[in-house]
Design a protein around this ligand. Structure first.
Ligand SMILES: [Zn+2]
Length: 267
């Protein structure tokens, strides 16, 4: 935390320093507008365990394919209204008439395949919930139940896909989901906190590392949070993790986040 120590501010050392002005916060470079900044600061990478929320990200990430994430963020509220709050039980019952209504909605991405996919994915999700108890329980198995803690030094270190997203994509497709390619899956994994892909320099990075939070908190018991997976290919030497960052040939040209956005415009 930056504390001013100028002679004219002699009380600066005596009062609790305020949070620095927003422009002094170091964050990932991809958020470029207030909506994206709020999303980055409050949501992106926060572990999510709510089926409705997870379904929302599944659908929005699929809707984003070929578009910018900023576009999807702007349409997000309209999406929630159009899709009954992303309640998969409701969405799964959409008939042709309701689908036609969605296709006529100018506030969402009016792509016939994407809309049909969303409805089919809702049905597939109900089957997953039936089998695993929840979509949450199913999804988090792909990271053994805890966020993978990466140590990205720069956006160039962030892949568009990983072995975990490959496995998730393959399994989702097997279960009848669509618009769930591995890069879409990885973008979702980043968004719902299955991986911590904030840059180490970003103020959210430590906030989302359980060990760091424990270290910063008053000592309690032996409070090491179990289940934190250190990614062996992206530790302190993240820049030298060719196997992790390089095995990612397909970058989506117009996408908007680390893992899915071009190097100069990452999110
Ligand atoms: Zn960040």
């Amino acid at each position: 935390m930056h504390v001013r120590r100028g002679a004219k501010h002699s009380t600066a050392d005596k009062v609790a320093p305020l949070a620095p002005p927003d422009n002094r916060i170091v964050r990932c470079s991809w958020p470029s507008n207030p909506l994206a900044i709020a999303y980055h600061d409050e949501e992106w990478g926060v572990p999510l365990h709510d089926d409705r929320g997870l379904f929302e990200f599944l659908i929005l990430e699929g809707a984003q394919a070929g578009l910018s994430w900023d576009t999807i963020l702007r349409k997000r509220d309209a999406y929630r209204r159009a899709f009954d709050g992303f309640d998969p039980a409701k969405d799964a019952r959409y008939d042709a008439r309701r689908t036609a209504k969605l296709l006529a909605n100018p506030d969402i991405v009016r792509n016939r395949l994407k809309i049909a996919s969303a409805v089919a994915n809702a049905r597939a999700m109900l089957a997953v919930q039936e089998e695993f108890g929840s979509f949450d329980a199913y999804l988090w198995r792909f990271v053994n139940g805890a966020p993978i803690q990466n140590a990205r030094r720069g956006h160039g270190d962030i892949p568009v896909r990983t072995a975990e997203s490959d496995a998730l994509s393959k399994d989702l497709k097997k279960r009848g989901f669509s618009f769930v390619g591995t890069t879409i899956c990885y973008a979702m994994m980043q968004a719902v906190g299955m991986v911590n892909d904030h840059l180490v320099s970003c103020f959210r990075y430590s906030a989302l590392r359980p060990d760091d939070r424990a270290a910063a908190a008053p000592p309690r018991t032996a409070d090491r949070h179990p289940g934190v997976i250190e990614n062996p290919s992206a530790g302190a030497g993240a820049n030298s993790s060719p196997g992790f960052a390089r095995a990612c040939p397909g970058r989506r040209s117009k996408s908007a986040r680390p893992g899915v956005r071009r190097r100069d415009r990452r999110r």
